[in-house]
Structures are given as structure tokens and as C-alpha cells.
Design a protein around this ligand. Sequence first.
Ligand code: PLP
Length: 388
Amino acid sequence: MKDRSLLMIPGPIEFEPAVLGAMGAPTTSHVAPDFIETFGRAIEGLREVWHAPTGQPFILAGSGTLAMDTAGANLVEPGDRVLVLSTGVFGDRFVDLLGRYGTQVDVLRTVPGETVDFDAVRDQLASADYKLMTATHVDTSTAVRVNAQTFGALGAEFGVLTILDGVCSVAGEEIRQDEWQLDVVLTASQKAIGVPPGLALVVAGPRAIQAFENRTTPVQNYYADWAKWLPIMRAYEDRRPSYFGTPAVNLVCALACSLELILAEGMETRWARHAVIGEAMRAAIHALDLGQIPTSDDHAANTLSAPRIPTGLEPPRLLSGIREAGVILAGGLYPELRSAYFRVGHMGAVRTGDLLATIGAIESSLASCGYPVSVGDGLRAAQHVLAA
Ligand SMILES: *Cc1c(COP(=O)(O)O)cnc(C)c1O
């Protein structure tokens, strides 16, 4: 029997063999001509995946939280007023983060499962002079998706910079950074971009770079300072050697490989594939009568799902049954609801067969835990969506 489980958590995900192969190539110098070429291609690829022809990409060694930190650190100055739209744990992370840089942070927090109410955002923006606002495209703790296009449009209308945390959405959910007037869109390598953990990926639009250049105080974060990294990113793109901090050479090679695969699939095709997989997963959740954290399928993410756990069933018991059936899933993350739900990641290289294996494992674990499930109902509902 193949001694391997299927990893279906919201990052890290299953990676393409070619990406892992690229990562395993002998490490070269960070100023070797072939590595400079690879880094340059990765920068150009980011612009295409983000749909950000005028954007400035940054590829830094670090996790998604560093991507958030670099966006915040470079765009705010002490005394700035900022607005955080929070739909879960990762939205709340921005409150703490931006506060560290001496800003006055206001939060509009939704009830878990609800998406952002943009009428309330509009009222809030009209009530004070904000420099910047943040939103989490897909909050991985609630599986709630926010309308990124409306978010960008409101920011542009009020002249407020927008940071979209796309860690659980970029390369899975539709994003058109330039067209949607999003100033910063960021992610991490281990999610839908499909590269092992370790890269923080940020694309800053012209208004963001302008705001950075207009600063009157230094960036209060040494490693994340765009003043250090802008010349490096520009040098790699011009195919010139440069150095500030050693890049994660092997991860950048893996990134260039993954971006090539993503662009070969095509963004529209990729978004559509995620939409079908998300819909199939939700169809299974409904057919099994589990319920989910998002209060409507209209704002449920396509990159992960958050099914509820039947009352009386302990999450560890359900998840270990699923693991015995060969699939690794994640527990709940939202503090007040932690034991009420679990999380299924379905992004990146995910195939329909992976999804069916996952649904089958959930059904068999529910059955062996004594939940009155009609085994096969979830699979049938998902197959129905996949066949359509
Ligand atoms: C995973 C995630 C993060 C944090 O990324 P790390 O790589 O764990 O630091 C931030 N925001 C969202 C939406 C995420 O899904």
C-alpha cells in the first residue's frame, strides 16, 4: 500500500512534482547568471498572475505574515489612521500589525461567516480621514470571501490605499489587481501559488509605490523596507546582479517553475477550475447536511471550505478517522468556533480525484463515528457538479 496521505489543508498544499524537482536542483549563487534569469522571470510571472501590468513585485524570503508586514510597514507612518475590514483571524492580525507602527486602527469586524458589508465601509470611510484600509480576500479561518473588486473601487473613490491579503486566494480566486484598483495584493508561496513554504510575495501598484516614496519618516522595519528591496527587484528584472539579503534560491527556482505551470493553464481556466471544485465541495457538504461557517454559498471561498461538525462529535475523532482513510484535513481556527467546524483546502494542483477521495474519507469517518450519514450522498452531489 502506498504509504502516503493526501494533504488537503489550506496550506501547505500538495505540490506539482515539477515544482519539487526545480526546488531540488543544486543550489547556485544568488548572482549566477542563470539564477538571475530565473528570478527575473519569476518577477515577470507574478505580474501576469496578479493581472498587474503596472505593479512592482517583491519576492522575499519569509511567510505570508512577512508579506502582510512589509505592506503595512512601508505604507503607514505614525499617526496615520487606518481601517481594517476583518472577516476572521487573519483580518484581526492586521489590527495588531498596523498598530505596531504607531497608527490609529479602526476595525469593522463581521460576525464569523458573514462577509464585509460595504455600505458600512462607505459610511466609515466618509466619517474620517483614512490613509489605508485592509481586507482579507479569503479568510482562512472562516472560508469567507470578500468582494475584492468592490473593496478596490471604494478605496479608489475615497483616495484610501488598499491592501488585499490574498494569501488564500491569489492563483485560486479571480483577481485583477490593476483593473480592480487594488494597491497591494500579497500572498505566500505555500498556498494556491503552489510552492513549499518560505516565500512572501507582494505586488505593489503605482499608488502604493508613490505613497512609499512620499513618506516623511523612515520605514520602521529594517528587513521589510522597500528602500532596500526595490533596487534588488529592479536589478533582477534588468538581469543585473545585486545583493541586500540572500534570496531563498531554491524556492525562487520552484516559484519560477510553478508560475510557468500556472500561466500555461491560464488564469481564467484556473479560476474556473477552482470555482467548480469549490462548488462540488459545498454540494457535498450540503448533501451530507453538515452546514458550513460561511452564511451563504455566494461568499464562500473556492480555495477552502469550512464544514461544521455535527453536535456531540469531537473534532479530533472525526479528523483522525479521516486521516485513517488517507486524507489530512485541518481543524477549526476561529477561536470561539474552534470545535464547531473543520477545514478542507482545495487549491492549486488539486484534482477532482483528490476532492472525491476527500469527500469519501469524510463520509467514512462520519459513519464510523456513528453519525447517521448515508454514505455516498456527498460523493454523488459532488460528482453531479463536476459532471455538469
Ligand atoms: C495563511 C494565511 C496567512 C499567513 O500566512 P503565513 O505564511 O502562515 O504567515 C495570512 N493570511 C491568510 C488569508 C492566510 O490564509
